[in-house]
Design a protein around this ligand. Structure first.
Ligand code: COA
Length: 333
C-alpha cells in the first residue's frame, strides 16, 4: 500500500537573537516572568531585508539536501504560513522560484499555528490519492512583523523561523499513519490579528480616506482563555488520533508539539504518560514560531540523531481559529 514517508528534514532560524532581557528594555516585562510563565528564554527575529519566503527557502533547501534531492525531483511545494510576503502571489510560489523550480503546483495554506499539522494531513491525503510522488512541505513565519511590541501579553511569546520536510509516496511500511483536524470558528475573538498587514479586511478599507488603520499589524489574545481551551483540546485530540488509528499510548516514542508554552506542552505530555526526554522541546530557544514550530521541533530532535527508524511520533498543534489537530508518524528514514 502506498504510504507517505518523511525523507528529508530542514530548518532555518534568522541570525538575530532577542533575549528576554533585550525584550525587557522595550516593554514592561522581565526574564523571570517570561521564563516562569512560558518557558521561553529567547527568540529569533527576522532581518529587516528578509521575508518569510527567504526563511522558507532556506529550510526547504536544507530538507531537499537531506533527502538527497534537487528541486527538479519535486512535484509540489506547500507553505503553511500566516505571515505571507504579500496577499498574493502565494509564498509557496516565491519559494518555488527562489529554489529554481518551475511548472509544478505551489500553494499556501493558512491554519495559523496549526498550519504544518493541517498541511501534513492535506498533502498526505493527496499523495495517498496518487496525485504527487514527492512534495516539499514548509512551515514558515515572521511573527515579529505582526506583533504589537508595546503589548507585553503577546509580544514576549513569539519568534520567527521556518521548518520543512520532503514527503515521498512509496509502497513501503511506515510513514504517516494518519491525522485528525478540528476547527471552531466561534472562538475567533480570543486570538486574532485583525489588522495584519497587508490585510484585505474592512479595517483596511482604503476607500475611506479617514482611515489610519491600513497596514497596522497586531496579534490580540486573551491568554488565559486560550491556555485553558488549548490544554483541554490538545488532551482530547492526542487521544482521538491514537484511537482512530489504533495505536496504543505505550507505543509512542515522541511527542512533537506546537511550542506555545512549556506548561501547555507538559500538560499534553503528562496526559500521554510521556517523560520530558520523549518531548521535542524548542520553546525555550525559539518561542512560538506558529506554523514553523512543529517542523522546527522535529528538525531539532532529528539533527540531534535522536529519532530512530520505526519509532512512533505524535505531532500536534493548537491555533487561532480555533484550529487544532494531530498527526501520527512511524519514522521510516
Ligand atoms: N511580563 C510581565 N507581566 C505580564 C506579562 C509579561 N510579559 N504578560 C502578562 N503579565 C501580567 C498580566 O498583566 C497579569 O497581571 P495582573 O494580574 O496584574 O493583571 C499577570 O501577568 C498574569 O497574567 P495572566 O494572563 O493570568 O498570566 P498567565 O499565567 O495566564 O500567562 C500567558 C499568560 C499568555 C503566558 C498564558 O496565558 C498562555 O500561554 N496562554 C496561551 C498562549 C498561547 O498558547 N497562544 C498561542 C496559541 S497558538
Amino acid at each position: 500500500m502506498m504510504q507517505t514517508h518523511i525523507i528529508g528534514v530542514g530548518g532555518y532560524l534568522p541570525e538575530h537573537v532577542m533575549s528576554n532581557d533585550d525584550l525587557a528594555k522595550v516593554v514592561d516585562t522581565s526574564d523571570e516572568w517570561i521564563r516562569e510563565r512560558t518557558g521561553i528564554t529567547q527568540r529569533h527575529i527576522i532581518a529587516k531585508d528578509e521575508y518569510t519566503s527567504d526563511l522558507a527557502t532556506r529550510a526547504g533547501a536544507q530538507a531537499l539536501e537531506d533527502a538527497g534531492l534537487s528541486i527538479n525531483d519535486i512535484d509540489a511545494i506547500v507553505v503553511a504560513t500566516t505571515t505571507p510576503d504579500m496577499i498574493f502571489p502565494s509564498t509557496a510560489s516565491m519559494v518555488q522560484h527562489k529554489l529554481g523550480g518551475k511548472g509544478f503546483p505551489a500553494w499556501d495554506i493558512q491554519a495559523v499555528c496549526s498550519g504544518f499539522v493541517y498541511g501534513l494531513a492535506q498533502v498526505d491525503g493527496m499523495m495517498r490519492g496518487g496525485m504527487f510522488q514527492r512534495v516539499l512541505l514548509i512551515g514558515a513565519e515572521s511573527m515579529s512583523r505582526i506583533l504589537d511590541w508595546q503589548d507585553r501579553n503577546t509580544c514576549v511569546l513569539f519568534g520567527d523561523g521556518a521548518g520543512a520536510v520532503v514527503l515521498e509516496s512509496r509502497d513501503d511500511e511506515g510513514g504517516i499513519i494518519g491525522s485528525v483536524l478540528h476547527c471552531d470558528g466561534s472562538y475567533r475573538d480570543l486570538l486574532l490579528a485583525k489588522h495584519a498587514h497587508p490585510g484585505a479586511s474592512p479595517h483596511n478599507n482604503r476607500l475611506d480616506l479617514n482611515t489610519d488603520a491600513a497596514g497596522v499589524a497586531a496579534v490580540e489574545m486573551k491568554g488565559n482563555e486560550v491556555f485553558r481551551f488549548a490544554v483541554t483540546k490538545l488532551g482530547e485530540v492526542v487521544k482521538e488520533v491514537l484511537e482512530k488509528y489504533d495505536v496504543q499510548q505505550s507505543e509512542l516514542d515522541w511527542l512533537v508539539p506546537h511550542q506555545a508554552n512549556i506548561r501547555i506542552l507538559n500538560a499534553t505530555a503528562k496526559k500521554l504518560g510521556l517523560s520530558t526526554e520523549q518531548v521535542a522541546l524548542t520553546v525555550a530557544k525559539h518561542a512560538n514560531t506558529s506554523a514553523a514550530s512543529v517542523p522546527l521541533a522535529l528538525n531539532d530532535i532529528y539533527r540531534a540523531g535522536k529519532v530512530k527508524k520505526g519509532q512512533v511520533l505524535l505531532l500536534e498543534a493548537f491555533a487561532g481559529g480555533f484550529a487544532w489537530g494531530a498527526n501520527l508518524v512511524r519514522w521510516s528514514k
